[in-house]
Design a protein around this ligand. Structure first.
Ligand SMILES: Cc1ncc(C[n+]2csc(CCOP(=O)(O)OP(=O)(O)O)c2C)c(N)n1
Ligand SMILES: [Mg+2]
Length: 330
């Protein structure tokens, strides 16, 4: 455990049964929606590359569960989890993946460019690290408007190697901006492990030198992450400035696409075992009654079926819209 580790509890003690059901519903929705994406993908109906978060859901859910509706999140191209955890439209997501006009970007952006401003989900981007300064700028605006709203930016371990990451840390700390930096450390940038990219694993220590609290959740424990996020966000709302959380996690599928990739040789199937055994979706599901879990699961299946049917029945974008919402004209 890192010396910077905050000693907040790992139990679900602070959550009542309604909280547990809400957290489970969110985790399970993301898991099942992405499993459905993986199932449909080989049919070629989905017209977009997909970076799945299966195995990583707890990061988005643990943080978004303690946000208010008017807080904003900036996801990445591996963004289905943050998008759905913040309340992004399930129908809009599937329609977007199908490239349909009813998708959240009118079928033009695909999986990597999700946005739903009705839920305060800022647009995602395929370019590593680029949504970090977007969240930072939003946090600057929130501060200038003298609100107590906060911005959260999710990004991978690879994004911490982009210069804009440290520039953003510095600016946020200097100006005490209400932004929570959440690093989803899944140990890999595509196929390259952090052990071949970082001289030390002391990410929290590096971040702390910029002048903000930095915490690590070493085992992906959703309750610990949720407690840390809650404390950090409350500090931010009262003007104490940014915070950073590194949450260790593990990507169960390939970097991009619906399959497993343990035959590729860059990582071993054994590395997955501890994460499978401590699957946070099952863990939280096991804390609520079987009867309620079945009801929630059935509602989720219906919602996913509805979203897929909505996508399949939706029209493709009209050619007239080809040049709308782009910077360059004809
Ligand atoms: C600026 C930039 N450089 C390189 C790429 C190619 N690329 C796409 S995903 C990726 C790995 C990023 O890893 P990480 O930030 O850890 O996120 P993860 O995919 O593990 O969620 C790279 C290098 C890119 N999209 N943008
Ligand atoms: Mg990574």
């Amino acid at each position: 455990m890192s010396t910077l580790d905050c000693q907040l509890g790992t139990s679900a003690a602070a959550l009542d049964s309604a909280d547990l059901e809400r957290v489970y519903r969110s985790l399970r929705l993301i898991r099942r929606a992405e499993e459905e994406v993986a199932r449909i993908y080989p049919s070629d109906k989905i017209k977009s590359p997909v970076h799945l978060s299966i195995g990583q859901e707890a990061v988005s859910v643990g943080v978004c569960d303690v946000l208010r509706h008017d807080d904003v999140v900036a996801p990445t191209y591996r963004g289905h989890a943050a998008f759905l955890a913040k309340g992004g439209s399930l129908r809009g997501l599937f329609a977007e993946l199908y490239g349909r006009a009813t998708g959240v970007t009118g079928g033009k952006g695909g999986s990597m460019h999700l946005i739903d401003m009705s839920q305060n989900v800022l647009g995602a981007s395929a370019v590593v690290g680029t949504t970090i300064p977007v969240a930072l700028g939003y946090a600057l605006a929130l501060k200038r408007m003298k609100t107590d709203r906060v911005a959260v930016t999710f990004f991978g371990d690879g994004a911490t190697e982009e210069g804009v990451f440290t520039e953003s840390l510095n600016f946020a700390a200097l100006h005490k901006l209400p932004v929570l930096f959440v690093c989803e450390n899944n140990y890999y940038a595509i196929h390259t492990p952090i052990t071949r990219r970082w001289a030390t694993g002391w990410l929290c220590e590096r971040v702390q030198t910029y002048g903000m609290p930095a915490y690590q959740v070493e085992d992906g424990n959703i309750f610990r992450l949720r407690a840390l996020a809650s404390e950090a966000i409350e500090r931010m709302r009262s003007g104490h400035g940014p915070a950073f959380i590194e949450c260790r996690t593990y990507r169960w599928r390939e970097h991009v696409g619906p399959n497993e990739d343990f035959d590729q040789g860059y990582r071993a199937h054994d590395d997955l075992h501890p994460w499978l055994e401590d699957d946070q979706v099952q863990r939280v599901g096991g804390m609520i009654s079987g009867e309620r879990r079945s009801e929630i699961d059935s509602e989720i299946e219906l919602a996913i079926r509805d979203a897929v049917a909505f996508a399949e029945a939706s029209p493709s974008p009209h050619t007239d819209t080809l040049y709308t919402n782009v910077f360059a004209g004809r």
